[in-house]
Design a protein around this ligand. Structure first.
Ligand code: CP3
Length: 353
């Protein structure tokens, strides 16, 4: 594969996913699933018995294997590069660990403006294993399947650096915002270029779409979103290779959708807490959307799965620019057959002449 990779001249540029990102017609609704490679899949668990999550993320051949296997096993219309939102924390100067059952832990955490001063500039090459993983995956993946690259949005990444791990209240993050606006701006000035480089690097090495995960932004008021988040997410998006579609995803974002649209992204991700058509109307039908099945529906009977899938497709009403997905990631105990059944159902129910 030639580096830099040129998404426009790759066969996947005309895939259903890419066409939907551009609001072009497609003969069926493209579907892929958040966390489609993960613990719910036996082959993934077997791999994880041999290597830790971080070793897996750092080994391009294994990344290519896990990413490609999940996409092919499910019959989805895109692969998402196997990686993690928090890998970029290491070259920024944090120690990253994943402990089974407890999730990620970062140290030392950011508490004060002086801590922000210590955040490092990501050295060129520090994340080259991510790019090598993208290249190896692109080489292994069937030509028609697009590869999605990703990064955290500045807010969601910062929330982990400040909290040090998962949280429900985001109390430390919000206290940080309110205590010292200058420190927050200084932190954003360090994260934005690091995220731009991470996303553009993935594009240059084989990704033809990128997703920005602002998974936890729904914890903020619309006012705080506009003040503390929107300018920085917008700056990341503005720094990306211009014609490559960007999916801008968050959860709990019903009150933020208009501002998320303005921050940018060719596709806006929706979780299940909104009716797809109502939310899409507020965003504007001229902007593609992705979503929005509740991942817990994958534990329900085939009848419920069918009914809920049909309801989402009916709400999308065959308009160009709908990408089917879950509203958030597949849960670890999800039955894998139910996941591949969902993909089949979306394809069957949405087929257009
Ligand atoms: O197919 C895919 O989507 C896999 C690629 C992927 C991973 N992480 C691998 C992973 C992606 C897209 C992510 C993104 C990610 N990582 C996010 C944003 C996505 C979202 O859910 O909103 C976040 C917040 C993280 C940080 C992170 N990584 C957490 C909070 C955890 C622990 C959660 C848990 O279930 O234990 C991880 C671990 C992680 N990253 C797993 C996977 C598949 C869990 C499985 C494992 O430990 O092997």
């Amino acid at each position: 594969m030639k580096i830099p990779f040129d998404p426009k001249s790759h066969p996947s540029w005309n895939s259903a996913l890419l066409r939907a990102c551009r609001r072009e017609s497609t003969s069926f609704t493209p579907v892929w699933l958040l966390r489609q490679a993960g613990r719910y899949m036996r082959e993934y668990r077997e791999m994880r018995e041999k290597v830790s999550l971080l070793e897996l993320c750092r080994t391009p051949d294994l990344v290519a294997q896990v990413t490609t296997h999940a996409a092919e096993r499910l019959g989805v219309d895109a692969a998402i590069l196997f990686s993690d939102l928090l890998l970029v924390a290491e070259p920024l100067g944090f120690q990253l660990e994943f402990t089974p059952g407890e999730g990620p832990a970062l140290s030392p955490t950011l508490d004060t403006a002086a801590d922000v001063d210590r955040v490092r500039t990501v050295e060129p090459g520090a994340l080259s294993y991510v790019f090598d993983g993208a290249r190896a995956t692109r080489e292994r993946l069937p030509d028609h399947l697009p590869l999605i690259g990703f990064a955290g949005a500045p807010f969601t990444l910062a929330s982990y650096l400040i909290e040090g791990g998962p949280t429900r209240s985001f109390e430390k993050t919000k206290r940080f915002l309110y205590a010292d606006g200058g420190a927050w701006r200084a932190l954003m000035a360090k994260l934005v270029p690091a995220l731009i480089d991470l996303l553009n690097g993935q594009i240059r090495h084989g990704c033809s779409v990128v997703q920005i995960f602002d998974s936890w932004v729904g914890c903020l008021s619309p006012h705080d979103y506009r003040r503390y988040v929107k300018p920085y997410t917008a700056a990341v998006i503005a720094g990306l290779v211009p014609y490559v579609p960007v999916i801008h995803f968050g959860t709990g974002t019903s009150a933020l959708l208009h501002d998320m649209r303005e921050a940018g992204g060719d596709v806006i991700g929706l979780d299940w807490r909104v009716d797809l058509d109502e939310a899409w109307g507020r965003i504007g039908y001229d902007r593609p959307v992705m979503g929005n099945l509740d991942p817990v529906v994958l534990f329900a009977s085939e009848d419920i799965l069918r009914e809920q899938t049909r309801r989402i497709l009916q709400r999308a009403a065959g308009r160009p620019g709908h990408i089917f997905n879950l509203g958030h990631g597949i849960l670890p105990d999800t039955p894998v057959d139910s996941v591949s059944r969902l993909v089949q159902l979306v394809h069957e129910m949405s087929r257009r002449p």
